[in-house]
Design a protein around this ligand. Structure first.
Ligand code: SF4
Ligand code: SF4
Length: 426
């Protein structure tokens, strides 16, 4: 069976995450368009007032973050977090540049080579920061709009200034701050420390300390510059497993087992220990973890139901009772109505309104079907005109039905039509 080290697994995951991070805003899987006040989720364009979906999406994400922190510790930080991925990439790039310059410019002095390597590194970080800032802002602004601003070097509008500021912060972050952010400013790191319990996954040094040959390779490879042998509960540890690989390699060469392992808490077993059931291997080891899984499933189901019940074109019809009715000179009765149509889809739509169950009546409306452009909302007033009958009730119940093309969505709206009990205009 193919056996990967944690380092290889992490770098492969980093590559996948980088591609996902770059692609998500362009395919509208996850994007919050601030200027247009739209939330794009799983290819759906959600309007800011779609509370049920927003609620379930946010609660699901919060429950997911909480569950991941409680069960798997900081594995998210080391395997999936963009800050970690780009910080490590920047460190690798800087080291590679240093080696390259030392090899190619051997005639220069040591200090001069370091300066050239640094200058080249910073020069490469500038376009990389522009690219990363562009992708990051594309989560909040339409990518085509952003591209136009970038091409025109917009430093005048609020959007352009925000873009330039983000690019500068990205440069400073990955050129200078890097992994220091994880231990000083990252809110997820602090949250994780609060949510961890005795069964949370951590990286633990063996109790057989006499086996350690003091090579310190576990310390040298640690991206956070800590010594895991001091304690498994150091806030800097992001549970990346690099020290596990290092110790396995060193002691493996001596025919021994490594001394550092992933484990479920201080006294827990290794994640893949023999005899553990499949759900225990996944970290579902006590009632608390099953409870949070149920909460997660509840919000996921709510989100799935809310999304499945969603109509891309939303129609709202209501009577306008500022005037109960009007009588025409020809003796016909007029009632007013109001329609609001929100097209949250990606294509233009036409909505037609039809009267059901009200005889001798017809619509007085400027446009039917009503055209609503993609992403727009329109409101119209219209009237229903009806010949008065000999034995009319004061209030007649009927239905207005709407049909949307091209989705074919049909909706029914129970309505009332008011007629005069005594003839006369109101
Ligand atoms: S101590 Fe080990 S697991 Fe923790 S951050 Fe350092 S290398 Fe990664
Ligand atoms: S890599 Fe293993 S043997 Fe070497 S110092 Fe670390 S724990 Fe000890």
């Amino acid at each position: 069976m193919l056996s990967l080290s944690y380092h290889q697994l992490r770098k492969g995951t980093h590559l996948v995450c980088f591609l996902v991070f770059v692609c998500l805003p362009f395919v509208d899987v996850l994007r919050f368009d601030i200027p247009r006040q739209r939330f794009y989720f799983a290819g759906q364009e959600l309007w800011i007032n779609e509370l049920a979906i927003m609620f379930f999406a946010l609660m699901f994400l919060m429950a997911l973050i909480g569950a991941a922190a409680m069960i798997y510790g900081r594995v998210y930080c080391s395997f999936l977090c963009p800050q970690m991925i780009f910080s490590e990439a920047a460190v690798s790039l800087e080291r590679w540049m240093g080696r390259l310059v030392r090899r190619r410019a051997s005639r220069l002095g040591l200090k001069a080579r370091d300066r050239v390597a640094k200058a080249l590194f910073y020069a490469l970080m500038v376009p990389a920061s522009v690219f990363l800032a562009f992708v990051f802002i594309a989560y909040f602004v339409e990518p085509a709009d952003l591209w136009a601003r970038l091409l025109s070097l917009d430093l005048v509008t609020a959007g352009g200034i925000a873009g330039a500021a983000t690019t500068l912060l990205t440069f400073l972050d990955f050129a200078f701050v890097r992994l220091r952010f994880c231990t000083t400013a990252c809110p997820y790191g602090y949250l994780q420390a609060m949510l961890a319990d005795r069964g949370t996954l951590l990286v633990r040094y063996s109790e057989e300390t006499a086996q350690c040959i003091e090579c310190r390779k576990c310390v040298r490879v640690c991206p956070m510059d800590i010594d895991i042998r001091a304690s498994p509960h150091q806030i800097e540890c992001v549970h990346c497993g690099e020290c596990i690989d290092a110790c396995d390699e060193v002691l493996g060469n001596l025919g021994r087992e490594g001394l550092i392992r992933y484990a479920w808490g201080d006294r827990g077993t290794a994640p893949l220990s023999a005899g553990a059931k499949w759900y225990q291997r996944l970290g579902l080891r006590d009632a608390k973890r099953f409870a949070i899984l149920l909460v997660l499933l509840f919000y996921a189901s709510g989100l799935a139901i809310a999304l499945s019940m969603r109509h891309p074109v939303l129609v709202r019809l209501s009577p306008d009772r500022s005037t109960l009715y009007t009588l025409t000179d020809a003796g016909e009765v007029l009632n007013r109505y109001h329609v609001t149509i929100a097209n949250r889809g990606r294509h233009d739509a036409r909505v037609s309104i039809v009267i059901d169950g009200l005889d001798r009546a017809h619509l007085v409306i400027q446009e039917n079907p009503i055209l609503v452009r993609a992403g727009e909302m329109t409101q119209r007033d219209f009237q229903i005109e009806r010949q008065a009958g000999p034995v009319d009730l004061a209030v007649i119940h009927f239905t207005l039905s709407t049909k949307t093309v091209p989705d074919g969505d049909a909706m029914l709206f129970p309505m009332t039509f008011i007629t005069p009990s005594e003839r006369g205009s109101m």
